[in-house]
Design a protein around this ligand. Sequence first.
Ligand SMILES: NC(=O)C1=CN([C@@H]2O[C@H](COP(=O)(O)OP(=O)(O)OC[C@H]3O[C@@H](n4cnc5c(N)ncnc54)[C@H](OP(=O)(O)O)[C@@H]3O)[C@@H](O)[C@H]2O)C=CC1
Ligand SMILES: CC(=O)[C@@H](O)[C@H](O)COP(=O)(O)O
Ligand SMILES: [Mn+2]
Length: 396
Amino acid sequence: MGVAVLGSTGSIGVHTLDVLGRHRDRYRVVALAANSNVERLRQQCLMYRPRFAVVVDAAAADVLAQTLRAAGSGTQVLQGAQALIQIAAHEDVGIVMAAIVGAAGLASSLAAARAGKRILLANKEALVMSGPLFMQAVREGGATLVPVDSEHNAIFQCMAGGLPGSGRAPQGVRRVLLTASGGPFLRTPVRALRTVTPEQACAHPRWVMGRKISVDSATLMNKGLELIEACLLFDLPPAQIEIVVHPQSIVHSLVEYVDGSVLAQMGNPDMRTPIAHALGWPSRLASGVESLDILRAAPLDFEAPDLERFPSLRLARAVAEAGGTTPAALNAANEIAVGAFLERRLAFMDIPVVVETVLERHDEAAAHSLDDVLAADAWARREAQAAVIAAAGVSA
Ligand SMILES: NC(=O)C1=CN([C@@H]2O[C@H](COP(=O)(O)OP(=O)(O)OC[C@H]3O[C@@H](n4cnc5c(N)ncnc54)[C@H](OP(=O)(O)O)[C@@H]3O)[C@@H](O)[C@H]2O)C=CC1
Ligand SMILES: CC(=O)[C@@H](O)[C@H](O)COP(=O)(O)O
Ligand SMILES: [Mn+2]
């Protein structure tokens, strides 16, 4: 089966190639795609010999094409965001790993859905912003949507085969318990959060991930996005999903049924497990992940999240209830605020302040089409930029 890895140079992309490299008899890497990391893409092309490599950045694409030619590689280099869409729908591609970070992954993820591919979805922002429209594209395109996000993959495993978007939701679910590690600042005194740096925020205690999702984990906005993601994937109202802090990240989520049974999926915190599961489902594939040493992992702790410390959770739950274009506004405002924090233009504590400011100004509206979503996204980005400048002025 032919695989396209969109976002191959990122954390999920690298883990995906590690799993694919263990199963060269079953999977052929047809395409790799990234934004601008030429050196890593060059190495990946030489190792996996894809037919195509897509680079969004024009200058980077030229450099990659030259270096690959010089190395005698037969990989064809394509350039631009449109090429991502082309590859996601290409006839040689059966499986698309959607692992571009943020709204930049929306168009290609949707293209894969419309073309009826098997989509391994890591790019939660694309689903959050386009919501029911994305799920409609999956249904109408006849795509198979398998969650890669560790919690959603866990829930999927505990729901015994009710594929997202298939209309075959499992019967008898009472609630879902979505686990959160609590991130690097779970026990940091609140007054010390004012001065935390991007390096501290990106030092996740359990997972090594890209910078954007690492900051989201630190604010717990990651869990807020995941709440919305779970509602969409499993067709559940927000009230049926509870967030539980579990600092060890061994239990990746739980599903409780009406008879009182609670099923959990557990394992070492290593993304190769959900990636291998999503790739092979319904078969199981070896992933290279070590056996869980349950005695060393114990004790496993669970606690309620502190909504004062992590206001993002309260914001995201309200947005999940509102629906329409509000999740697109939330996601866009958060992307701008996190970017500003990573560039040291915004204090950590002001990330949710910027998001809340934008949400307060947002007029809730139905999302009838992708244009409605993209308009809300563009509007929220402008508002968030203004709110970042205002917040920086206040703290200066
Ligand atoms: N990392 C993890 O463990 C998990 C991640 N996820 C989700 O998976 C997605 C990827 O996360 P992660 O791998 O950590 O992120 P990284 O930042 O590590 O990687 C992002 C990837 O996206 C590419 N990219 C960035 N911008 C663009 C663009 N405009 N056009 C095309 N490609 C682009 C990057 O290319 P380049 O390197 O050239 O910049 C890179 O390949 C996110 O949505 C995240 O929320 C979900 C669960 C766990
Ligand atoms: C690995 C993964 O799926 C991440 O989304 C992870 O959940 C981050 O951890 P927390 O957001 O729980 O801190
Ligand atoms: Mn997750």
